[in-house]
Design a protein around this ligand. Sequence first.
Ligand code: CP3
Length: 649
Amino acid sequence: MKLANLNVVSFESRHAETIGSLVRVQGGLPFLAPSMKEVPLENNPEVFLFGEKIFAGKIDILILLTGVGTKALLSILEMRYPREKILEIFCKTTIVPRSPKPIRVLQEWKVPFAITVPEPNTWRELIESLDQNKEILPLLGKTVAVQEYGVTNHELTDALEKRGATVLRVPVYRWALPDDLEPLKAAIRAISDGKMEVAVFTTAVQIEHVLQVAKTMGLEQALLSAFKTMAVASVGPDCSEALRARGVSVDIEPESPKMGPLVLEIALKAKKILANKVSSPNLFIGDQTGYDSRLKLSGMTSDGESLKNSTFLKACRRQKSSFTPVWLMRQAGRYMKDYRDIREKTPFLDLCKNTDLVTEVTVHAQEKIGADAAIIFSDILLPLEPMGLNLSYVKGDGPSISNPVRGKKEVEVLKDTFELEKLSFVYQSIRQTRRALKSDVPLIGFSGAPFTLASYMIEGGATKDFSRTKTMMVSDEGLWKILMQKIVTVSVRHLNAQIEAGAQVVQIFDSWAGVLTPQEYRQYAMPYSAELIRGIRKGIPVIHFGTKTGDFLDSMRQAGGDVIGADHRISLTEAWKKIGHDRTIQGNLDPEILCGSLIEIKKHVERILKEADGRPGHIFNLGHGVLPHTPEENVIALVDMVHEMSRRE
Ligand code: CP3
């Protein structure tokens, strides 16, 4: 299922369903947006009038504006005259093609033309070329036929008339807009909102119609920008050329210009193309003329430099930066009024699965507090559902699993090979969020660490002593291993899919590892965390976080991670020594302190920054997530404080 999770918009009309089923066979989600309706050839009275005139010798010059229109002109005339006669009369007429496209058609027909028009082939260059060739082509008193396609170019006809020519407009109607424009309009809105990944064009006219309709909706620029973030597929060279002429670059074109090979080629290439586009942040921005009000362009440099040079990613690489970057675990959560308002109307799981709301919550929190990174709004327990567990979130009590993993039977039936499509809402949210975030703000994806996930699966919800987990782990290490392996398999795929969708960094939450002794950690948790981290795509920084892990930070480092998270139960100095200064450290203000006075907060920020000692490779964060009773203004003040107090040149 090569197109699993991908939304594919097709503009084909007559064979819309064919494309739809081809896309479905590959596992994609087709969005059919017919963009054209065929106009019967006989509905072209202007062309027939032109036919009568040219055969009566009353046309001196024929200007051909488009390739598609030129071809259509011949097809229509062929209803009344034999093809050879038409081409013969064309050969006797002075023909002026505006651009390479009609030239190519004329060459195919072996019909000579009088002059060529230099780029960019607008009406201005056309008129200039005519003016320069006054000797050969005097316009005064001549009848000039102008083949038009779609819109009339009044500037051109005016300029011709000003020079004393009589103009005969020859509009060619071959394709009209479909009667029902709603599907096309819905597609244009979805593309502009960043909800589509692949666009499929099957004839040259489609792009004209799509842009024409987008223009009436005020979305032309938004659409053109959005195409830059998508995989654009074209059936063949003519269609590709029409797309390029309108500023849309073509990513996929099959060798054979047919629908079957086109969709196969899309299935083979789309994911890779999208992965490259998401890792190049200037592509999320599109051009600077439009798109979405959320796409702020300040601070943007070219070629992904702004993201790569963000203080956050610099800190991951332990490079110097002008201030210490800061973000907070649970920065989008209940302490924030806007979040509570959304939650009032939407249950937690529904919120996690609503990609628009996830995007809004994630981006809003990052922007409101001014954090140097965003973390995708989701939950570490979501992959448990497709593994076969019934997950719910009970108000006030947190997560609950109605069929927890208590023994061999339950471990055996746990699924670790399901289609990732089951979690497509996470990846789709990441794609949308990446597009909506400012270009220099990294997006963090995440998963639970195997031990923390196993403890939820076994306990079925909140627990203080983790006794069931520890019992299984110690009493049946063979079974424990099978369980942990299944979690690793799922988590590796989940993290890599998040990276592919557009996360620049991933964090592994081992929130409950601290209930283990260092020896237990090394035996029962560390090997699986290590395997998970080894499976993550190379080149993506990994943050490895746990709480109450002060006694075995060295083992966490050994398990892996470019950045190691330390909680507030240990001093940053001591933690960093244990981790080693050749790793970045993340932490570690006590979340309770953030609920207190600003003076107190400031004292602790000062202390932590002092402990970091100006060394590159410190990411400021809390020791654990923001608590629900934290005043919002304290969170905003904290981010400001860290920025100001750490500023260095
Ligand atoms: O802003 C962010 O940090 C991103 C979102 C995020 C959530 N959960 C949202 C959430 C992240 C990164 C998580 C990870 C997570 N989920 C962890 C590891 C981090 C940690 O806090 O140790 C764990 C253990 C979970 C499991 C989980 N989810 C619990 C225990 C709870 C209930 C307790 C609580 O803190 O509310 C959840 C629900 C949850 N996940 C909420 C949020 C915002 C609260 C839901 C609500 O009532 O609105």
